[in-house]
Ligand binder design. Structure first.
Ligand SMILES: [Cu+2]
Length: 108
């Protein structure tokens, strides 16, 4: 199972609404939220997220993750995957993410 993690900073002066993401490497990218229910980890679609002006949306283990589905090519550590974040105001942000076999220490 593959997931993507990142911090999304809103450097603007207005709230930003993160609507979706797309990728060259995956047919479907969905924002999920992990939660503990009766000691069992589960996840569900998180929906759109609003990032306050100057704020940061942390997409990190234990909270939010991009669920990566419908892989279009084989990925191995050292490869990169490209993502485009789509915002409600029509703006986009390009993200290049290194492929790793486990979550790096600085994101835990
Ligand atoms: Cu998930």
């Amino acid at each position: 199972m593959l997931a993507a993690y990142m911090d999304v900073h809103n450097l603007g002066s207005k709230p930003l609404r993160l609507v979706s993401a797309s990728s060259d490497a995956f047919g479907m990218v969905e924002l999920h939220r992990s939660q503990l229910v009766n000691g069992m980890s589960s996840m569900r679609p998180a929906g759109e997220q609003t990032i306050a002006a100057g704020g940061t949306l942390a997409i990190r283990p234990g909270g939010l993750h991009w669920m990566l589905m419908d892989g279009r090519r084989a990925l191995k550590p050292g490869d990169v995957a490209h993502f485009t974040l789509h915002f409600a105001d029509g703006s986009k942000a390009d993200v290049t993410a290194p492929v790793r076999s486990s979550v790096p220490e600085e994101l835990r």
